[in-house]
Design a protein around this ligand. Sequence first.
Ligand code: GLU
Length: 335
Amino acid sequence: MPDAALPTIALLATGGTIAGAQTGEPSGAYRAGSLPVEALLSAVPGLQRLARLQPEQVASVGSQNIGLDTWATLVERVQALCADPSIDGIVITHGTDTLEETAYLLSLVLPWSKPVVLVGAMRPATALGADGPANLYNAVALAAHPQAFGRGPLVLMNDEIHEAALVQKMAANGVDAFASPNGGRAGTVHAGTPRFVRPAGAALPARFALPPRGDDGSRDWPVVDIVHAHAGMDGAVVDFMAARARGIVLAGVGDGNASDAVLDALERAALRGVAVVRSTRTGSGWVGRNVEVDDDARHFIAAGPLSPQKARVLLMLALAAGVTQAEAQALFEQA
Ligand code: GLU
């Protein structure tokens, strides 16, 4: 019987490997998002000693299929839970592939008040040594912890706490796939005890609203594409993207760079009003203005510390909010 004095934690399930069931024996094949939230909870002994849980199934998908509509549904649900005084914290189970994008989106559209913790697993729930149950236990402990307030959405994987702006899936396999290469992890959780390496900030209001609704009632997300640079590249893909996108993010080589042909195509796009952001395909570091590429002359925005996939999230919200190019540059520098 749950203790009425315990914190109440909403548990929103979206699918992913943490809810994955193997489809055959030793091959490693499995289907993400197969198990309902109740099955996840029943695999974690002791959860009811940490919190009173309020489970909800928001989606049942691998996170490669988390689309813009699911994002909007999830954001609206979490916004409502943040405003609900009977809820002390929120845990979201999520596939690991795009977990960092959802975490970063939430960090931009939610107030940084009560704890929101995203958690996944690298091994399916039916695998030997499944990491999901321990991750879920530690995520609930983190969401219930007083020091988790005022940090924005957090990610819990492999006993580590990561901040939404910094966290990144760095490897395709392995329980240690997540890291925060530009700033380090925010702390650890061992056997349900969180320890932070830096103090929390103040509770902040949300920085962005979701994009407004279009005529069909769904959110009008601006199209922002990502183009991945490589050696010997021409501008054809950029020209193709520029015909439909309101924004293009360059996953550039090195310091957000690309061949002259690609930079020229991006400049053509920028002159047509497409917002062009330069990020890096390297996985870490800071892309600054006017270092090797003349951003002033070419009308580009430098992504600062944001990965291409997070730069895309920020650019979509910024374009939907109607920010100018100069305002967008400042947003990326503060990201
Ligand atoms: N591709 C699936 C997803 O992102 C499985 C990966 C995972 O959850 O670790 O949901």
